[in-house]
Structures are given as C-alpha cells and as structure tokens.
Design a protein around this ligand. Structure first.
Ligand code: ADP
Length: 626
C-alpha cells in the first residue's frame, strides 16, 4: 500500500477545507510577522544597510569638490600650524583660481600671527562671500551670537556644519549615516553649498528621502568610500607646486587631518575605526549627495510590512507542505533572491527596503513551526500504523477463511466426481440426454475443483506455506503428461498440439508444482485460442537452463497488459467480457512456483498475433532451494 506523504492534504478534503487551511496559515503568519516587527532590529538593519553602501558598484561623485588637508607634515614644514599670513597669501591665490566656494572647516582663530596679519585675513574672508567658515556647533535659536568669533574675526559669521552619528538612536554604533539639512530653521552649510550647483534643494521638499527628526530636517548620506574626492596637501598650496586651475568652479574645503582630535573624524558605513574618514570628507559626501540629490530612500512602513508578512506566509507554507530538504532549499533560495533584489534596488534606484526583519522572519517562522509539523507527522503516521494493523488482521482472517472454506469444499466435490464417474461407467442405463447432463456435472465439478485448488495454493503462498519437494526428473515426461491430459480439451476445439521435445537430462524440480505451471500454460493456450488453430509445445537446453515454450495462435495479449498478467486476480479486459472462465490466479501461481525453482517465466506476444510463454529452469541442483 502506498502511503501518502503526511503533509499532503488528504484526497477527500474538499476545496473549501483547503482554503480554510491556507487562511489559518496566513493568519498565523501575520501574527508571527506582527511579533517579529516588535523586535528592535536597528543594529542588524544598519549593518545590512552599510553592506549595501559598501558593495555599491555604481558609486560616482559629481566631481565638484576639492579637499585641502593640513597634515602632520604641514605642521612640520611650517614649524607649527600655518599662520594668518600664510593663510591670507594662499586664500588670495585660491580666490584668483575662481572657485565657487572656499570653506574653512577648522578653528581659524587658533592660527598664530600678528594682529595685523589676522585682521587682513579676516577682512579678506568677509569681503568675499564665497568664503565660508564652518563650525561643528549648532547653536539654539537665540544663541546665534556664538556663531561669531572673538576679535579680530568678529565680523565673520560661521555656518553650522555639524556631524551626526547614530549614538543614541538607530544602530547606536556611533557611525555617521545621516546629515542635517537644517536645525530650527537654520540651514546647515552643506545644504547652502550644494544649492550653488543644485538650487532646487533650497526647498527641502525637493530633497530626496528627507525626513523630520525632532527639530531637524535630515536625510541619509549617499556615502562614497574614503578617498573618492580629490585631495591636496596644504603644503602644495604654500609652495606653489599645485595646479591652481583645478580649483576653478569647485567647492574647496580646507580642513585638518592631524590624528589629534576625535572630532575631526567620523565612523563610516565602510569602517568603524575612529579615524575612518575625516570630517571634511564627510562634508564632501554630504554636499555631493545633495548635488546629486541621491539620498537613499527608505521604503514606506507598509512595504516593509508586506514583505515581512509574505516571507512569513511562505515560510509557514514551506514548513507545513514540503519535505525538509526541499523546504530548506526553497527557503534559502527565496531569501537569497530577496537579498539580491534588495541590494540591486539599493544600488540602482537608491531604494532601501528593510532586510533584517524579513530574513529573520524566514528562519524564525520556519523553525518555530517545525515542532508543529512533527506533531502532525506523528499523528498521521500513528493513524496509518493503526489502519495498517487493522488491514493486515483483516487480510489474515480472509486468507484463513478462504483456505478453510476451500479445504472443506474439496471433499464434497471429490465425492461428486467419484459418483459421476460411477454413473458414467455404466454404459447401459443412461439415456443420451442423461449422459450429457452427468457429463456437464463432471466438467463443472472439474472446473470447481481447479478453482478451489488455485485458491488453496494462493492461501498457502500468502501464509508462506508452499514447500518444494525436489526430485530429479525429466521435464519432458511432465510435459507429455500435461499434453496428454489436455488432448481431449484441444480436440473439442479442433486444436492441434504440436510438440517438439529435445532429449534432456533430468533436472531437480518439484513435479507437482511444475505440472501445475505447465498445465496452466497449455490450458490457457487452448482456452484463449480460437477453433482450428495450432499450439506448439517445445523443450530444449540452452546455456545451463531447460527452456520450455508454449506458443499459440490466439488473440495475444495487449502490450500494456503484459506486465500485469502475472499478478494475482488479473484478467485481461477482452477476456472479462467473454464466456471464458478463469480466476486470474493461474499465471500468478505459475510465476510463484517457477521462481521457487529459481527459474523465470515470461511472455512475448503481439495483440492479435498469438502468445509465446517461456519457462526457464536452472539445470544445476545448486540453483534450487533443495
Ligand atoms: P485466468 O484464470 O483468467 O486464465 P491466468 O492467470 O491464467 O488467469 O491468466 C491471466 C490473464 O492472462 C488471462 O485472464 C488472460 O487475459 C491472459 N492470458 C493468459 N494466457 C493467455 C493466452 N495464451 N492468450 C491470451 N491471453 C492469455
């Protein structure tokens, strides 16, 4: 009996029941999704976000920004930080190159120099509106005076250009991922600078992916890896080895890279080491993001929700309807495809869809429902076990009953046959009509006895009670006996039995069982052949085997039925509709008995063109269960 997989819906379940099962699964998946949505996965999500930034293959810059660094070598060459006089001279040269903006992003009031030198520098700055001084501070409304430096820089209004980091929010890993566009209506310096190239962003509504966060307007930075912006060391500006023309029409940001103050550096999605990127490179990234207006766009909440729910539903469906190996393959490939799509969307469109929750949901839901699956599996196999037990009990009862019945039937039949023989042997008293009636009784009881013998043998096979009683005997003898016994039957249909028996050595066999096998073949040949045909019976020796063949010119056996004729109770469709009687057990028994002899039985036949049954028996004693 073929057991259905415990996870297949049972075949008698109607469609509405199936839909109900799916609906329940979907609701369970939604509950799981809702629970998973409660877990704070900011850290994992940020990590996956960083991975997407890091692996971006399409990253380009707008090529509008030049960085200038005051490095430890500069301090060495200048015997201290460049003083006000050096700065003034360099600013003159820079302005002559026509940049769009020059930004000082360090504490300019800390530069050494005489009061006149400082004043001259301060004047040059205030006279040129394209020169900006950045401050990392963002004063509250009402505290704007802190944007002004002490004398002699009192006329310079610094512009806030702070750094943000995920210290107490989101991933809490101190990495810089966001930028401030404005704070309490004060526009931040990078926003002003980017507007020089992309005026549209002056209206924050045009900034892609911008969002309000407390009193600020923010967006995510579309980071480029460190070193993406061209940088020059300050010394080159001082000694004139620089090509000034490269600053034309660019935003030049001057800052320090001295490895002294942590505030000069940020942690980036690329790296968490404290000096991963200089603050001025961060400013360049912010300005560049705004010029290209390419802030990553966070998918709306509901999109993330749908993804989470879909993956949960899929995971439940997989765990409850597929085999474990197949399920894992499908789960992994779905999650892999989902990840690839998420990455591609980020690289190509800058769309940031939540990955952590759906990925976690895939695994959590899958493993959460495994115990449930095991319970169902167990319950079903228990049911099948019980059903099987019952079936085999019924089968045993049936076999016992059949063999008991057949056995008890055999005796009265034998008596009937004995009595009919007695009556038939009386040549005188019977009229022709009576003789015909008694003949019919005799043939019918013969048929009945054959049928009962088949059933008895079948019962013996079922209870594994058939034993081989081997004798060494010439199979031709058995064949001749069988042919002789069937000659009368053949004559009735004017069928000619032609035998071609080669002389053979005696072989080990159970003569009773082989007689039954060969009788069945000859009887079938007579039974199924039309009148006035021929039957060939042959025997020969072939490579250590005795080969017996019974061929007829009967209706043949359709190809699609040939595989079945040796199974129990099988009768051909054509035959069932005719008057020809049979139990469908003959060939089953023949095959069983032949195989007990370690032999082989098979048929070759073409529909409508007769059949040839072949029995091969081994000649060696060792080939048989002696
Ligand atoms: P049955 O009691 O029906 O003859 P068997 O097991 O002996 O049962 O044979 C099984 C089936 O094989 C038959 O019902 C018949 O359809 C087919 N068959 C057997 N021998 C022949 C034959 N010589 N020619 C055509 N069909 C045959």
């Amino acid at each position: 009996m073929k057991l259905p997989s415990p996870f297949e819906e049972t075949s008698n379940s109607s469609k509405p029941v199936q839909y109900r099962v799916y609906a329940i699964r979907a609701i369970l998946a939604m509950i799981m999704a809702a629970l998973i949505a409660q877990i704070n996965l900011d850290y994992a999500e940020s990590w996956l976000y960083d991975l997407r930034i890091r692996s971006d293959l399409f990253a380009r810059t707008s090529n509008n920004i030049e960085l200038v660094y005051i490095k430890p070598t500069t301090v060495q060459n200048f015997k201290g930080q460049p003083n006000a006089k050096d700065q003034t001279a360099i600013l003159h040269n820079l302005l002559a190159a026509n940049p769009r903006a020059v930004v000082y992003d360090f504490a300019i009031n800390e530069a050494q120099g005489s009061e006149e030198d400082k004043e001259e520098w301060a004047n040059l700055i205030t006279q040129n509106p394209q020169v900006y001084v950045a401050t990392p501070n963002t004063p509250l409304k009402g505290e704007e005076q802190s944007l002004y430096l002490p004398l002699p820089y009192e006329n310079i209004r610094m512009v806030p250009a702070p750094k943000t980091s995920d210290t107490i929010n989101f991933a809490k890993d101190r990495v810089t991922r966001r930028m401030l566009l404005s704070y309490q209506d004060t526009t931040m310096l990078p926003t002003t600078l980017a507007a020089l190239y992309n005026p549209a962003i002056k209206d924050f509504n045009n900034v892609r992916g911008y969002f309000n966060f407390y009193d600020t307007k923010q967006a995510f930075i579309d980071f480029r890896k460190p070193g993406s912006f061209p940088a020059t060391v300050f010394d080159e500006l001082a000694n004139g080895t620089v090509d000034w023309s490269k600053f034309q029409d660019k935003i030049v940001i001057i800052g320090t890279d001295l490895n002294i103050s942590e505030s000069d550096y940020i942690l980036t999605p690329y790296s968490r080491i404290p000096s991963a990127m200089t603050r001025i490179e961060m400013q360049a990234n912010i300005v560049d993001t705004l010029i290209r207006n390419s802030s990553p766009l966070r998918a709306p909440y509901y999109v993330n929700w749908i993804l989470l729910t879909l993956i949960s539903i899929l995971a439940i469906q997989i765990v409850l309807s597929m085999s474990p190996a197949m399920g894992l393959v499908i789960l992994f490939s779905t999650l892999f495809t989902f990840s690839v799509i998420s990455f591609a969307l980020f690289w190509i469109c800058g769309w940031w869809i939540t990955m952590a929750a759906p990925l976690l949901a895939g695994f959590l839901v899958y493993y959460f429902f495994i115990p449930y699956r095991l319970i169902i599996e167990n319950r079903r196999s228990w049911e099948y076990y019980q059903k099987n037990k019952l079936l085999s009990q019924v089968e045993e009862l049936k076999t016992n009953f059949i063999s008991m019945m057949s056995h008890d039937l055999k005796t009265p039949i034998a008596r009937i046959q004995g009595m009919t023989d007695v009556i038939l042997s009386d040549q005188v008293t019977l009229s022709a009509q009576q003789r015909e009636a008694v003949d019919t009784i005799k043939h019918s009881s013969d048929d009945l006895l054959k049928f009962i013998s088949s059933i008895l043998n079948y019962g013996k096979i079922q209870s594994e009670g058939v034993e081989l009683h081997l004798q060494t005997k010439d199979i031709n003898q058995v064949l001749q006996e069988v042919i002789r016994k069937h000659e009368f039957l053949a004559k009735v249909k004017r069928i000619q039995i032609v035998s071609e028996l080669e002389p053979l050595f005696p072989i080990p066999m159970d003569p009773d069982l082989m007689r039954q096998v060969l009788s069945n073949l000859v009887e079938n040949a007579i039974k199924y052949s039309p009148d006035d045909t021929k039957i060939m019976v042959s025997s020969e020796e072939k490579s250590n085997h005795v080969v017996i063949q019974v061929s007829d010119q009967g209706p043949g056996i359709p190809e699609d039925e040939q595989a079945n004729i040796f199974t129990k109770f099988f009768r051909s469709k054509n035959v069932k509709s005719t008057q020809i009687k049979g139990s469908g057990l003959g060939l089953y028994l023949a095959k069983y008995f032949t195989e007990l002899h370690k032999g082989r039985i098979f048929v070759e036949s073409k529909d409508g063109k007769g059949s040839t049954f072949t029995v091969e028996l081994p000649m060696e004693q060792g080939g048989v269960n002696a």
